[in-house]
Ligand binder design. Sequence first.
Ligand code: SF4
Length: 455
Amino acid sequence: MSRKGEGNLRAFVRTLGCPKNEVDSERFRGVLSRAGYDRAPSPEEADLLLLNTCAFIEPAVRESLDALREAVSWRKRSPGRRLVLAGCLPGRYPPGPGERPEGVDLVAGPGDTASLEAYLGLFPAGRDLLLPEGSLYSRFLKISDGCDNACSYCTIPLIRGPYRGIRPDAIRESADQLVRQGAVEIGLVGQDTGRWSFEGMSLTDLLATLSEEHGDVWWRLYYVHPSHLPPGLLELMTARSNVVPYLDLPIQHASDHVLRRMGRPYTESRLRSLLERVGNCETLIAVRLTVMVGYPGESDRDFQTLLDFLGDFDCIRNLVVFRYYPEEGTREHSQGRELPGPAVVSDRLADVEALSEFFSAEWATRLSGKELKVVVDGPREGHCMYDAPFVDGRCLFDRAVSAPGRLRAEVMDFRGNDILVRPVIEDDSMGELESEPSSPANSGDTSPGEVSCLP
Ligand code: SF4
């Protein structure tokens, strides 16, 4: 039952969660477009609402349930509306066969475009169209899904299933599509990207191929498990100026005792040598670390080990801290071990956040007076190589930028992890990110005006 030709049917896709879900939403939008749905600017103007949910941890489940309640009431307000519940919430809590939550017309698991195609009466397209909602210029490309690591606290393998790598030809085809659509930065995502390889081709080989085929595009790698850093990756970041010098490492902790409990197969000493290698690279590589505090059995000493470890590395540009939540279905949850008290956990969160602010200030000193290349994410903001779009620090322009793409900008000042910049010129090459310091920060004309740059 194709809806094509039935008039102005419109669909709205709401995405919760991480960039991997963004990629799934782009594919859902592609299916909706093939079925004849135009894009609605808001749910109120839509005939179909697709809610792509997250259920990674308890707060994400709560947010998804709130969004579902809102969506059900949206559906009830006008007859004929259709509601699709998709993503990790039904992936984690699948309804029984033939069952659907009240008010929901279709339930589809994470990235399950096949169910949407069947529901809309379409034949499978083979390769999905990618239709973004936000920036055309910073895009994400999934290279794998699922995970085999079975960390004791994590629900992802339950939701997304076992690891599946995507074939290189399919990845390259999607990359071509994104570049044709105007992407100037492409982030490779997956639950465990570092594990990717295919018939002798390593992830480093894949990145080398992609960055050569699309020399004007910045390539960024996300979510590298510390045990799966691909050989040659740091060297490629040094050698290839469009493979951005950015390493996203979810280390979770640095105490061997906590890491063992978490089921993370590395030690503090291995983490140390990894970060020392990063710090010794010729190119300045910005490291993003995620850590978790409040794990069952995390003692004061364990936590101090984490703080001491973090304090030893000035390559850390973004430090993100999560609180441990006991998640149903995980190994840790089934053991029911005692958690550190709430006040202790709050203090530990605050300590890591303070350290994160310290790193921001350190990088402010490091970048002061430099010129950066910036991908434009909106008229007033973008991001540089050292920060991932939408999750890390932003570059805030001192004036509106009228054209999309990438530009050069002088660093003027800092606000937390954000960098205040003055756009100076369109991007003209993919050369080194930093140039010699130009005019001193905060000097010269900062009067508002418009700067154009090429796509
Ligand atoms: S590697 Fe990441 S996604 Fe996989 S089980 Fe561990 S925390 Fe979860």
